[in-house]
Design a protein around this ligand. Structure first.
Ligand SMILES: [Zn+2]
Length: 634
């Protein structure tokens, strides 16, 4: 973590990592101080991702990522440290002082992203304002015809892009640079030398009396990419506007595609965004399933009907990042689009991906000719709720499709049905589930199950399954574990030990361990020692142990000790741990002395004799304290 400022440190104390991570990962309480969930950074079926409450860090035993709340947000949002600080501060409603960046490039990128977000927010407000104007009567009429109430128009921040191409630019040009406007994806431009009306675009509308402003350096003129379109903002997971979809209101084909999307920009990557995820994520987590529809209009209708856990794929096939994004909230999904229609190929690919990402899929097939929007408008939300309740398991749906397409009574039909189903089954990650499906299919299609199983086995051998090792028990003793926990206790980050004077009436494990160890250093004699030393140094420097730059093995050791702790860290527990460590150390010293005495005994010279007598005395003393320590510790 580069240069954590005072503000970040304060913020970290106030941010609850469980709450912040919980916004991205479904967490379950596990033990007194941890939460567990499926790692958002690698694919897994059993949770190896843990969050520790007291020490405020996360660790994945599968892919070994770990860190504090800032590391988590940085990684999952793919942003810089200062941006993570800002994001967390925003979540907590705390004002952020001016930020520092690690490099000029980082500062430039962050500034650019900030500018692009501002421009989109401003454009969104502009489009909404335009929708209220007299010229937008046809846009309002269109929205009304689609059954959209003014509440929904406001909630989804729907707007209107006027026909005249310079209005948006003029509205923004005072506030944003030409360069930023170009990068926003909201504008097109042409070199000034080219005839402005080459495509008819610049002479359209009533801009005749309006002199376009030009950029002298670039000699270009910006004009709006979206014209005479109803504008649907596309938002990030946090609800920031990052792009738009414009639905044309023109009847002629000249005006471009029916739906026009923003191009990719530094803030918008199509493959990472799910329409409506910002508004839907809470409901998806609560209801533990999502409804996937094809288009934005469907999505808004379903949402307006009260099903808030709905998202749209916007007609393209699901991508890995999208599946991962959605999977953070729930792995149960009802897919409500007809894989036989226009987007069939995309739908098929989406389903295939979701199967291999271990989603539990149901398919809602509405009557022919009905999309969700039309269905709800014609039949009402109760009917839609009913249909949702009757959605079929994905594989039941596939089997029915196979039966409908192929004459499964004949041997040829069976082979065809099997060839249709096999690729789908092969994508299921779990062998147990695949076997279950195989026997079900053989039963329902009347196929010899051994044939089916054999086909699956053959496919399975080609399959590589990633194995995630379970959290390994750290190679340390119970006493060492207690010591590590004490040293890593959260309080120590607040002030260096030397600054804290007098006995604290409250139990401060870190400080007690520190005093015990500095008086009488413990040598554990194994890999743990290195970690303990690092923790001691962190304590002296007043550094948060969780932000120490540790090697991967130390990090995993620390994480596993903290995550596997079940007993409460009490003064008694710490004391007995320290005593037992001390005893082991004395034992080791004693053994060393014994070896030395043996060596000396073998020698004949006078000096050795004298030394021998001394060493024997020391040995006796050591043995006596050993005895005491032993009886106290028991
Ligand atoms: Zn992981």
């Amino acid at each position: 973590m580069a240069n954590p400022g005072d503000f970040a440190a304060t913020l970290k104390q106030q941010a609850d990592i469980v709450r912040i991570v919980g916004e991205y990962v479904k967490l379950r309480k596990s033990g007194a101080q941890n939460y567990q969930g499926l790692c958002p950074f690698h694919q897994e079926k059993t949770p190896s991702f843990s969050v520790h409450v007291t020490n405020q860090f996360f660790h994945c035993f599968g892919c070994s990522v770990s860190g504090d709340v800032f590391d988590f947000v940085k990684k999952i949002e793919n942003i810089t440290f200062p941006e993570a600080v800002r994001l967390i501060a925003d979540k907590l409603g705390i004002a952020v002082p001016k930020m520092q960046y690690a490099s000029e490039e980082e500062a430039r990128q962050a500034k650019q992203r900030g500018g692009l977000l501002d421009i989109h927010e401003r454009a969104c407000a502009f489009f909404r304002e335009q929708l209220r104007r007299p010229e937008a009567a046809h846009a309002r009429e269109y929205l009304k015809s689609r059954g959209l109430t003014s509440e929904m128009i406001a909630e989804f921040r729907i707007g209107f892009a006027p026909e005249r191409g310079f209005v948006l630019r003029d509205a923004l040009s005072g506030q944003f640079s030409d360069e930023l406007m170009r990068e926003s994806g909201l504008f097109s431009w042409k070199d000034k030398e080219q005839p402005a009306d080459a495509s008819g675009q610049l002479s359209e509308g009533s801009d005749a009396d309006h002199k376009p402003t030009t950029d002298n350096r670039q000699l270009t003129t910006l004009y709006s990419k979206f014209r005479n379109r109803v504008m649907f903002p596309i938002t990030s997971e946090q609800g920031r506007v990052i792009a738009f979809t414009g639905r044309t209101l023109a009847a002629d084909e000249k005006s471009g595609p029916k739906y026009l999307n923003s191009p990719e920009t530094p803030i918008y990557s199509k493959s990472r965004v799910l329409f409506n995820i910002d508004k839907a994520k809470q409901a998806i987590r609560q209801l533990d399933y999502s409804i996937l529809v094809e288009g934005q209009m469907d999505c808004i209708s379903v949402y307006a009907a009260g099903f808030h856990n709905v998202i749209a794929s916007s007609g393209t096939a699901f991508t890995d990042p999208q599946a991962r994004l959605l999977g953070r909230f729930s792995k149960n999904i009802v897919v409500n689009f007809d894989p036989d229609t226009a987007g069939a190929a995309a739908a098929e690919r989406s389903l295939a991906l979701l199967v291999s990402e271990d989603f539990q899929i149901k398919v809602l097939t509405l009557e022919t000719g009905f999309d969700p929007d039309l269905y709800i408008r014609r039949k009402g939300k109760e009917a839609y709720a009913e249909a949702l309740g009757h959605s079929a398991r994905y594989f039941d749906y596939l089997i029915e499709r196979a039966r409908a397409q192929f004459p499964v009574r004949t041997p040829e039909g069976k082979v065809k049905a099997l060839n249709f189903l096999l690729p789908h089954i092969q994508r299921v990650p779990s062998r147990i589930v695949r076997d279950e499906l195989a026997s079900e299919i053989s039963h329902r299609l009347g196929i010899e199950s051994s044939v089916l199983r054999q086909e699956l086995r053959r496919a399975a051998t080609a399959r590589s399954t990633r194995h995630v090792s379970a959290p390994a028990s750290a190679p340390c003793t119970d006493a060492e574990r207690v010591l590590i926990r004490a040293l890593a206790s959260r309080d120590l980050a607040h002030a260096p030990v030397s600054q804290r004077e007098g006995q604290d009436p409250d139990f401060d494990p870190a400080r007690q361990a520190h005093f015990a160890l500095t008086e009488d250093p413990v040598h554990t004699g194994c890999g743990t020692e290195e970690l303990i030393n690092l923790l001691l140094r962190a304590l002296d420097d007043g550094v948060d142990p969780m932000s120490l730059p540790l090697s991967e093995s130390d990090r995993t050791l620390l994480a596993s000790v903290l995550l596997q702790a079940s007993e409460e860290l009490t003064p008694e527990l710490l004391e007995s741990a320290l005593r037992s460590l001390n005893r082991r150390q004395k034992q080791r010293e004693l053994e060393q002395l014994q070896r030395r005495v043996k060596e000396l005994e073998a020698k004949e010279d006078l000096a050795s004799r004298a030394q021998l007598a001394q060493e024997r005395l020391r040995m006796k003393q050591a043995a006596r304290t050993m005895g005491n320590a032993g009886s106290e510790a028991q």
